[in-house]
Write a protein that binds this ligand. Sequence first.
Ligand code: KG4
Ligand code: ZN
Length: 345
Amino acid sequence: MNVLGIESSCDETGVALVATDGAAVPRLLSHALHSQVQMHEAYGGVVPELASRDHIRRVLPLAREVLADAGCTLADVDVVAYTRGPGLAGALLVGAGVACALGAALDRPVLGVHHLEGHLLSPFLSADPPQFPFIALLVSGGHTQLMQVEAVGSYRLLGETIDDAAGEAFDKSAKLLGLGYPGGPALSRLAAQGNPSAFALPRPLLHSGNLDFSFAGLKTAVMTQFRRLGDVPTSGQRADLAASTQAAIVEVLMKKSMSALRESGLDRLVVSGGVGANAELRRQLDAAARRHGLRIHYPELSLCTDNGAMIALAGAMRLQAGVAAASKDYAFDVRPRWPLDRSAD
Ligand code: KG4
Ligand code: ZN
């Protein structure tokens, strides 16, 4: 079975083709991505209407590219999977509309997929795929969650952010430091030149006794420290503040992940979502894993941020596991807000 996946929930248009071939884990045949980062850069963040319009321009050429690259034609597509939510409503509608139009034209069923399930399962495409059960740390621009994952479709929320997501903390702090959008990669590059203990920044909810997160206060603390540096902070001061900010975010993510593993008795952690690309987070998690005899799985770096491969994969894995059925009812809807532990709704 070949599943074509379409991702359009935010500022990346992604298309991919996976094959199930009877293998336990679907195989990625081809994927293509167009990032809108340059287009949104001038505005300091994603402009939803521009995002939707650009998805319209990109999605069909990307689909053609993916099929050609895999040596396939539209006739080889058995199911079309698309991101049904969460995300920007207009952007989601583009992917959903194109997926359902393709399905109807080809007389093939379609399947709406949860974006975070795509992130969560994306390490299955890596050279070192995980095994169920595991704890998942989902850290993206909009979400910070710890989940207990028993199987495909079986996700129990253990804790989540009560305000900003970790990616938002990176992005907002980066903006304060005058770095571009998206801020995560820029802040982590600057942080590599700084001293992570130069500024005392809060570790929100570190000792809360539960697995929830809070990052809104951190952004305020970064702003206060930045203002204290006066009008023209030196590049060293900016690097120190970037390193201290990253250290605060990473420490909380690392310690809460370790608590989730300890409390659940599980020894596998899957880290996914854009912030999972952060080198310092990976370094600290890997060090903790070595100390405690744990296994950590990451998606390939290129599949950490949004992409179509994870959507094709999640669709294929849901179908393989029998937890979802693709449908020829092409009356699609999208779910801009959609909790992952209710993804069967
Ligand atoms: O998963 P993703 O691509 O999109 C959403 O579903 O939100 O995540 C995007 C987020 C942004 O906040 C971005 O700044 C952050 O991931 N990010 C990083 C890094 N690469 C991306 N944050 C820290 N370090 C990175 N290397
Ligand atoms: Zn994402």
